[in-house]
Write a protein that binds this ligand. Structure first.
Ligand SMILES: O=C(O)CCC(=O)C(=O)O
Length: 251
């Protein structure tokens, strides 16, 4: 159940952390399901549903729409603790899950995620949409914790440009002023949950440590939010061009 304080902090900052929402046993099960998915389903995925790090061992960088391929991930998105949290933060009793994604940031190979706002390529209006991130591993400043800019969700969608980074194709032309919108690293323990608004500016650094920083992200949207399908179709065309020039999925 989201307390008034959690809702207030989310509205003020555009992100919030809820500690230890998911138990150790549940994280162990999640870890196993992610491993199974990477072994059994990833080899069958289309470009755009999975990205690999551009390093010799090509570990998985990110996976999208996992709930379409494995019932476990839809069940997780339907978990009442997560739905109740999103319901309270979106102030809507009729929310839906828009995506279940995995962000790997593998040890040594995990690359930089450029500063961006999710709504620069999700195109929701009104932007009453958020991402719930479940920490599978500990995240710290040196293994690539998610970094959010406080209050940036109130700025609307700022100008973005192609980033040249596979899986995070758009980056802010110029991040908002750090004095007005200070950065906060969302350092999590396994089982902690972080939430960020679809317009919150966020990024993460490379993982140069020997510790993986794996996170599962679930998108929830309010019934008020409608996607701009024409803008999404244009974005998909741009992505298709990028994928056509990309390395094969499996090395
Ligand atoms: O893996 C990361 O650090 C970035 C994740 C991200 O961009 C997101 O959850 O929206």
């Amino acid at each position: 159940m989201a307390t008034k304080h959690i809702v207030q902090q989310y509205n003020e900052d555009g992100f919030v952390i809820v500690r230890q929402l998911i138990s150790t046993d549940e994280i162990a099960a999640l870890d196993q399901h992610v491993d199974d998915f990477i072994r059994d389903v990833v080899p069958t995925l289309e470009p755009g549903d999975v990205y690999f790090e551009d390093t010799p061992s090509r570990p998985v960088k990110s996976i999208f729409r996992m709930n379409r391929h494995a019932p476990y991930f839809q069940q997780l998105a339907d978990d009442l603790r997560l739905r109740d949290l999103a319901t309270a933060l979106l102030a809507d009793t009729n929310i839906t899950c828009s995506n279940v994604a995995f962000f790997g940031k593998p040890s040594g190979d995990g690359s930089v995620v450029p500063a961006h706002q999710d709504n620069a390529f999700q195109y929701w209006a009104p932007p009453d949409v958020l991402t719930v991130t479940i920490a599978i591993d500990e995240s710290t400043v040196d293994n690539g914790a998610l970094i959010c800019q406080q209050g940036s969700h109130r700025l609307g969608v700022l100008p973005h440009q192609p980033s040249g980074v596979m899986g995070f194709s758009m980056a802010l032309v110029e991040p908002p002023d750090l004095a007005s919108h200070p950065e906060a690293a969302l350092c999590l323990q396994p089982g902690d949950v972080a939430v960020h608004h679809v317009a919150t500016v966020h990024r993460s650094d490379a993982n140069l440590t020997t510790r993986c920083r794996r996170q599962l992200s679930i998108g929830y949207c309010s019934s008020r939010a409608q996607p701009d399908e024409a803008a999404r179709a244009e974005h998909r065309k741009r992505l298709a061009t990028l994928h056509a020039g990309a390395k094969p999925l499996q090395s």
